[in-house]
Design a protein around this ligand. Structure first.
Ligand SMILES: [Zn+2]
Length: 272
């Protein structure tokens, strides 16, 4: 096999490495986060292939563009929670997807790619909903009780945030269609993948909100008289658990969300 055969793989690897570098230089990722993103990207490319890596790149690229676009507005409202993604956050969001790529290596299984696209749609949907929902301001509501809560609260949902999830799912599904079928793909291929992305994105994002509002750990900082998701508050004080399971933090909820997305993707692949 000649160079032409390996060229798409090589180009994707270089673009991916460049994206991780840019994410780190621009402050979207910590150095550990950039290395984790690089490792996950290379594993996805090596075991899944170019189409898989393109879908992953679309998730990373859209997340860093949105988080950069929203930074000024969020800083103004002092909402910049965990602005830089670290290695744990990157693995929590995309580790399951990389594992699906490894599993699909032998034998290559189209259904696993559908599960992967579902995972990626859910991850992108959650990120877009958070970034766009937070930017818009207003008071979202808790998915469980309907109580109004500050933007950025785990488990909060808004109409705009849910619309952003749907759009993210459609986008990731369309990228998947293009990466398996070339551009422009057949209308029926776009419809199938966009529908899969939409379903996994919206259901994954709702699952994330539901878990965030019900079982995710929530702490209280006595020094600041504030609710927080951190066991130890950014002010340095130890916090008291007021709600949820102590082992189920935001990263665990994101990992569960990525699994939910893959199940939805798999089911939609079988049924559509
Ligand atoms: Zn505090």
């Amino acid at each position: 096999m000649g160079l032409a055969h390996w060229l798409p793989t090589l180009v994707t690897a270089v673009v991916g490495a460049g994206a991780a570098l840019v994410g780190w230089r621009r402050g979207a990722l910590t150095s550990g986060g950039a290395l984790a993103a690089l490792a996950i990207g290379l594993a996805t490319l090596a075991f899944g292939g170019v189409a898989w890596a393109i879908v992953l790149l679309a998730v990373f690229a859209s997340a860093s563009i949105l988080s950069r676009a929203g930074r000024t507005a969020k800083a103004a409202r002092q909402l910049a929670k965990g602005a830089r993604r670290d290695a744990v956050q990157v693995v929590a969001n995309t580790g399951w997807g990389a594992l699906l790529a490894v599993m699909s290596f032998w034998p290559p299984t189209p259904a696993l790619f559908a599960a992967f696209v579902g995972t990626m749609a859910a991850v992108a949907a959650d990120t877009w909903a958070t970034e766009i929902g937070t930017l818009a301001g207003g008071m979202p509501r808790l998915i469980t009780t309907g109580r109004k809560v500050p933007p950025g609260t785990s488990g909060a949902v808004s109409l705009l945030g849910t619309g952003a999830s749907a759009f993210a799912g459609l986008t990731i599904g369309t990228v998947a269609a293009a990466s398996v079928a070339g551009w422009p793909p057949d209308a029926s291929i776009i419809l199938r993948w966009a529908g899969l992305g939409l379903g996994a994105g919206v259901l994954g994002s709702l699952a994330d909100s539901f878990l965030g509002a019900s079982v995710q750990a929530m702490y209280y900082c006595p020094a600041c008289d504030k609710l927080t998701e951190q066991r130890r508050h950014s002010c340095g004080s130890a916090c008291r658990l007021v709600k949820g399971r102590p082992w189920l933090d935001n990263d665990a909820v994101n990992a569960l969300t990525s699994v939910v997305g893959s199940i939805v993707g798999l089911l939609m692949w079988v049924w559509t």
